[in-house]
Design a protein around this ligand. Structure first.
Ligand code: NAD
Length: 381
């Protein structure tokens, strides 16, 4: 069944719709027409997505007589930098954009964050639309208005809140996504179950495999459930002064792991989040806050779909609990050097804590790191 579902992010005069369906790129002209009427559209994409799908998007816009032009940046996290932002802004200005121009971010979280930030600062703010093409971007980064770039000092340290005018999440486009990227996005899907929806986590335990294989009904249900959850959180707490922080489940650990691994292909963000969520539940169990069976269930499910849950898949690095904790202290969510953690009382019930003692972190991380050591070769000794 190929139907389009509509959700709304209820932000008063900045409210916008999220459409979820299987064929939305082909129908983009129809859905964008009311917004794009009489305006120029500038598409921003990356080389990989443009090579695979830009033709289809351009045809759909041309069929609806929408005047569009495309700007393509290199694929990958390295494009979320000042140099690419400057280049993009200058090309858009040269092309004669005005306050009525609509930017259209056509790609994963990298293109979405970069384009959204360009839209936030060009001419002091112009409209943009998200057409996310990765699972991670469909369930997380395209909704909520966080935009920005990375600097040598860390990820996402320069940016702005700037909400899109519309999000078109075409689940059919995920068919071309490499499996590893699909799994990385799946970690963020699992996050919504773990932080506030035990029933959804239970459903994922039954359907996770078919979802990562791209089964259309499972994908639609998961993208819709995740977007509904994110829309509700963003509507209640747009600027992350309260409950939006729950969306960072696993992220304090994940950011420290990513900082150690260098934000490259060694460890994708979603993979780091999978390890981080496992550690967050283990920490919760270690502190006596959450049943140990729940922490086991989290680890078992993530491992069952082939996501990493510990340090063992991260190559031959010499991990140090102290260095990881240093990264956590410098995390932008830390306050006065005290990192914030999202902990859990059980699956589906998360809360934010700033009171985790360093000794508890050291013992958790030391044990997790020790489990990665190769077994002693006693037979050969
Ligand atoms: P990405 O944008 O780099 O995409 C991953 C890879 O998949 C890229 O090589 C891309 O070219 C390719 N790709 C994209 N769509 C494809 C498709 N349909 N078929 C084939 N290949 C495709 O990475 P991502 O995981 O989408 O996003 C990660 C970024 O999102 C990070 O920079 C992270 O900081 C950011 N993020 C932002 C928010 C937010 O709220 N703004 C939330 C989470 C993550």
């Amino acid at each position: 069944m190929n139907r389009t579902e509509r959700l709304t992010v209820a932000l008063d005069e900045r409210r916008y719709d999220i459409l979820v369906g299987e064929d939305l790129v082909a129908q983009a002209g129809r859905h964008l027409r009311p917004l794009a009427e009489g305006r120029r559209v500038m598409i921003v994409s990356d080389e990989t997505v443009a090579g695979l799908h830009l033709g289809a998007l351009e045809r759909a816009l041309a069929d609806a007589r929408i005047d569009a032009r495309a700007f393509v940046v290199p694929a990958g996290e390295a494009s979320k930098d000042f140099a690419t932002l400057q280049h993009l802004c200058e090309r858009l200005l040269e092309a004669g954009i005005d306050r009525g121009t609509l930017l259209l971010a056509f790609g994963g979280g990298v293109v979405g964050d970069l384009t959204g930030f360009a839209a936030a600062i060009l001419l002091r703010g112009i409209d943009f639309v998200q057409v996310p093409t990765t699972l991670l971007a469909q369930v997380d980064s395209s909704v909520g208005g966080k935009t920005g770039i990375d600097t040598p000092q860390g990820k996402n340290l320069v940016g702005a809140f700037h909400q899109p005018r519309l999000v078109l999440a075409d689940t059919g486009i995920l068919a071309s996504l490499p499996r590893r990227e699909m799994l990385a996005g799946y970690a963020e899907v699992v996050k919504y179950g773990l932080l506030g929806d035990a029933g959804f986590f239970h459903w994922l335990e039954g359907h996770g495999h078919s979802l990562v294989e791209g089964e259309p009904n499972a994908l639609r249900h998961a993208v819709l459930t995740a977007c509904r959850a994110k829309a509700a959180v963003v509507a209640a707490d747009e600027r992350e002064t309260g409950q939006r922080a729950l969306l960072n489940l696993g992220h304090t650990f994940a950011h420290a792991l990513e900082a150690e691994c260098g934000y490259g292909d060694d460890l994708l963000h979603g993979e780091a989040v999978a390890i981080g969520m496992t550690l967050a539940f283990e920490l919760s169990a270690q502190l006596g806050l959450c049943p140990a069976e729940d922490a086991d269930r989290v680890r078992r499910h993530l491992a069952a779909v082939d996501l990493p849950t510990g340090f063992e898949r991260l190559g031959g690095r010499a991990w140090s609990a102290g260095r990881l904790i240093e990264h956590m202290r410098r995390d932008k969510k830390a306050s006065g050097g005290q990192p914030a953690f999202v902990l859990a009382r059980r699956i589906g019930e998360a809360f934010v804590s700033r009171d985790v003692a360093e000794a508890d972190l050291v013992s958790l991380l030391t044990e997790a790191i020790a489990q990665t050591a190769p077994p002693l070769d006693l037979a050969g000794a």
